[in-house]
Write a protein that binds this ligand. Structure first.
Ligand code: IPE
Ligand code: IPE
Ligand code: MG
Length: 225
């Protein structure tokens, strides 16, 4: 049986969820944040799952209307401040990935604070992808190691990335079948699961069913059965 040690999720469909109900798109982001908490809590209680990487804001998401971007920044700031006690209760370590330097100083401070305060937690790692793009991550990694004199190995390269653990199971909600610049290196052998559910409607039951399917898949990694 496979173990889903690292699950990564492209949490897509918040805006459509809200629009379908005649609400403003940002209401979908609020509803999506509640699901982040539920899914994190569930994963923190699982024996198998070590890391949960959630795509929260891409390097491309800056293209959205200013008000939506500002709302997302506020939501993130509030979420991290409010949920710090629950990270600690659940023994969840918070590890952001992405280029955080683009955020306001106060948001960077909040992110850094939750990271530091949860650094001792040794349960689940919840990794939020913030101003994250896999191409940007790869370029930053290349720039970190380019002065290195010996030939770069897979391990060295992997260690220069923000996210150093390969993904076992990658889920995208919201109906689209693309990676949108998420974990291109780390998902090399991930099992991919695409579902139509919009993120705010995504449930623990669905996640359990996806994990059960994953456990039965034959992962060959290029070898034979
Ligand atoms: C995902 O939901 C959340 C972010 C990208 C921040 P969307 O906002 O992309 O929702 P849709 O895809 O427009 O419905
Ligand atoms: C991917 O969703 C990014 C996040 C979930 C944060 P998008 O809605 O930005 O992706 P595209 O634009 O449909 O590819
Ligand atoms: Mg989307």
């Amino acid at each position: 049986m496979n173990q889903a040690k690292h699950i990564a999720i492209i949490m897509d469909g918040n805006g459509r969820w809200a629009e379908l109900q005649g609400l403003k798109r940002v209401k979908g982001h609020e509803a999506g944040a509640k699901v982040v908490k539920e899914i994190t809590t569930y994963c923190s209680q699982s024996q198998d799952i070590e890391r949960l990487t959630l795509y929260a804001f891409s390097t491309e998401n800056w293209k959205r209307p200013r008000l939506e971007v500002e709302f997302l920044m506020k939501l993130l700031n509030n979420y991290l401040k409010k949920e710090l006690p629950s990270y600690l209760d659940l023994n969840v370590r918070f590890e952001p990935i992405g280029d955080l330097g683009a955020f306001s100083k106060s948001l960077q401070k909040t992110i850094q604070n939750v990271k530091e305060k949860t650094a001792h937690c040794d349960g689940l790692v919840q990794s939020l992808a913030l101003n994250y793009g896999a191409q940007d991550e790869i370029l930053r990694a290349i720039n970190k190691i380019k002065e290195c004199e010996s030939p770069v190995t897979e391990v060295m390269f992997s260690n220069a990335l923000d996210c150093k653990q390969n993904v076992d199971l990658l889920i995208r909600t919201g109906g689209d079948h693309r990676l949108s610049n998420f974990l291109l290196w780390q998902a090399a052998y991930a099992e991919l699961h695409f579902c139509n559910t919009l993120w705010p409607d995504f449930t623990i039951k669905q996640l359990e069913a996806i994990i059960q399917d994953f456990e039965q898949v034959e992962r060959r990694f290029g070898g034979l059965k």
